[in-house]
Structure formats: structure tokens, C-alpha cells
Design a protein around this ligand. Sequence first.
Ligand code: GLN
Length: 529
Amino acid sequence: MAKKYIIVTGGVLSGIGKGVVSASIGRLIKELGLKVNSLKVDPYLNVDAGTMNPNQHGEVFVTEDGYEADLDLGHYERFLGIDMKKFNNMTAGQVYKHVIEKEREGKYLGATVQMVPHVTERIKERIEEIDTEILLIEIGGTVGDIEGEIFLEAVRELSFEKGRDNFMFIHVTFVPYLHVTNEFKTKPTQQSVQLLRRIGIQPDMLLVRTEKEIDPSSLEKIALFGGVPSDYVVNLPDLSNVYEVPKILYEKSIHKLISKKLELTLSNDNNPFMWKCPKTFKNLKIAMISKYLGTDDAYKSIMESIFLSGVNRPELINAEELEEMNEDELNILLSKYQGIIIPGGFGRRAVEGKIKAIEYARENKVPLLGICLGMQLMVIEFARNVLKYDDSNSTEFDPKTPYPVIDLMEEQKKSLNLGGTMRLGSQKIDIIPNTKLSKIYKDKKEIFERHRHRYEVNYKMFEDMFEKGNNTPNKLTISAMTDFVEAVELSDHPFYVGIQYHPEFKTKVGEPHPIFKNFIEEVEKNKKN
Ligand code: GLN
């Protein structure tokens, strides 16, 4: 079978769930027996998302091969159930960087280097690098954005070169509902289809996002103006659970429409759609002590890991507000929660509030999961409050601290650039037997987990503070260590686990990372007590 392409574009507004829709289509096709992979196109000039602020842009998702991606790659990984790689994301920054470097090397042999054909040629090369039966390409942003235009031109050219029959263009748009006049407004959708047509792309399918179910006459109107057969105009109203989307698309027979258009043979066509996402959710109160409060997406993969373990998502607690509170106020606030998560982060803002929450969880035996920065702060809290190393800190926040229990990794001391220079991606970790962590990993001795950090536990200088395995009073147990301390815990606590790596990036639908499962079990026990 020739490779087939599904191109997903967006119209009218961003943030209407184009990523979730694309990933759901991908999963649906995978479920029906075809090999699917995806390419997320981000038309911004950043080379990757590594230097972007999570408050504006959401979390940075880290892949196995150490690429710092846009959080959409996380949707694809969770929905498709396959590990995303660097090649699954293309930014305008990468494309232009490549073209300019090639020009400097003299490889264009004297040609005038232009958007068309040189930039489009590079975009097409990147698309063709992915070997699969069905390639789903999601173009970020909305049609009409200046940055996105060159990518649309490149896929248009490619559809011409590879045969239009091998391409399906799906345009995801939004139809607003006006409450005052009690009607759906289709004009913005008509205009966004026109914009798409102006650059030579006639969509094959329109996925119409709405707040609630749209009336058939509005859909007819969209079909007529959009030049799309009416059965190829499909309404997708808001859903509270995004993991329901693949099932809804199945019920609306999207897979049949796609396979008809692309002439696919779906082997499991008559099977009921199987999708192992939780249907019911335990109501547990978990606090995530946070610094980034600008968007719900800043801690996306942790949120989804909890949700996919069958528990309602954690609540964000502003760590800076904790800093201002006295002990009573803090106790009253945190006593409402049955479990606490301290997520990753950078910079000193809000750090002291997180340390206060750690002290509370340690002393009150509330299940505590510290991830990356969270684990580093657990070490600092232990040094300060148990060992009385006053003003102990990480050199990230206080370069002059008398007790630098967390310090810059040796290999990091030479790098000047901020982009792509951390300890990144999947790294081997040795687990120490007879620890909570070793139980979580079912006695495995060696695991691989994803990293993204510059600082580490200063084991060389503070070896006495720790005990490998065996917990002794006044020592912090190390439960995993290779070249770096990878995990700490306390045995006289129901769940006090700090990990230098990010388990949240490995969660897939139907397969949440075991650390979350174990944490939740303890949170549940704590609720009953
Ligand atoms: N800022 C810390 C470091 O660089 C933690 C990073 C993180 O939480 N991802 O090591």
C-alpha cells in the first residue's frame, strides 16, 4: 500500500482540541489494524519547546530520545500508545535553521535560496522521513496565520506530487453559538474554508467543533459553502472527558469515511471499538503545589497520569501563597488533601512554599510524590529540618548556601546555551532492592526513565546524609542511583517518594505509569483513615 496522508488543519480559533481530535483519529485507525504515526508541525520560530514558558505554552514534553517537545506530542504518545521521537515534531525554527546552515555550507551551489522551492523542499524531506502506512500531519495554529502558510504550501505541493488520492485534508473548525439570538454562526467557518481554498487546498472533511450538538440545517449550510459532501461534515460537541473522543468518532463512523476516501482496508472493521480508558473516577483530593498557574496545561502529563489511573485530576495550589501562610493556615489548607505532589520546575520563585508543603507531608505522614525539582526540594527540606543544616539549599536558588545539597551537574558547568543542553531523555537507572521503589517496579533491577534537569543531589559532599537501601534514623534512603542519585524515600512514612526523573511522560491510555498507581493506592488508604 502506498503511504497515505491525513492532514489536519485548524480554522477560526486555536485551542479547540485539534490535537486531541487528530490523536483520536490516529488511535481509531490504529485500532482498526493499520500502522499509524504522526507529525506535529509547529510554525513558531523556536527550534524546540525547551525554552518556552510553561505558563504561556503549557508543559515541555520530553521524549525517549531527549527531545523537548510541545505538549501535543504527549497527546499523541498517550493516545497512539507509541513513543514519540524527535522526528515526530517539526518547527519552523528547525526548518529555517537547516536551510540557512546548508546555504552557509555552500550546498545550494550558487542558487538563490527561497521559500519555494528550498524551504518547502526541506519541509517535504522531513515529512518523508517518517516511515509508516498512515501519516497524520497536524499543522499547528489556524489557517491564515503568516507562519503556517509555508507548511500548507508544502503539503499542497506534496499532495500534488504523491497523488491527491493519497491525501485526505481534514479541517477542524469552530462554530460559535450565540445565546442572545439562540443560533449557531457558521460564517467564521465559511471564511476559514475560503482561506484554505485560496492556497489551493480543498478540504475533504470538516470537523465542526461546537459547545453543544449543532442543528442539521447549519451543517448542511457548512457543507454547501465548504464544497464538502454533507456526510463528510461531522459535528463534535464539547466533551468533559477527552478520552471519549475516539469512541465518539467511531460511533460517528469517521473511520469509514476516511477509509472510503483513502481506499484503506481496515482489518478489524466490524469489531466493537476497544479502548481501555477508565470509565469511572475515584474522588480523591490531591494537591499539586504549583508555581505555573497561568494555564491548566503547565502540568499536563502529571494531570493526565492521575486521570488515566482512574482518579479525578489534582487541584493546583499556589506555592507562593503557601510562603505567606503561618503554620496554622497552612495546616488548615493542606489538611483538606489526602495526597500531595510537588512537580518539576525551574528558578527560585515559589520554592519555599513547596518546601513548607514537603515538611507538612513528611511530619503528618501524608503521601508525597516529588518529581524532579520536587525530589530536590525533599532533600533540601530533610537537610534543613531533620539534620539541622541551616540554610541548606540548591545552588540554583542560593549559590552561596553553606550546605549545597543540590548542585549543578559537572557536565552542565561547561554549557552556556539554555536550549537542548540539560540531561535529557531516557537514561538507565539501577534500583536498590528492598525499597518502596523496587516494589513499585516489581523488583526490577534496571529501568529506563526520562530526564530533564541540570542540577543533582550533591552526593559526593553529603554522602553521610544518605543510606543506600536500608533506612536508618536521621538518614534519607536512596532507592535508585546510577551516576546520580535518582530516587529517595523514607521507610517510616506511608509514601514519601522523590524521583529525579519524570514518570508522567511514559503514561499511555490503559497503561498509567506504576508510580502513580502506587501513590494513589496510598492516597486512598489515607482517605479511609
Ligand atoms: N531546576 C531543576 C534542575 O534543573 C529541576 C528541573 C525539573 O524539575 N525539571 O535540575
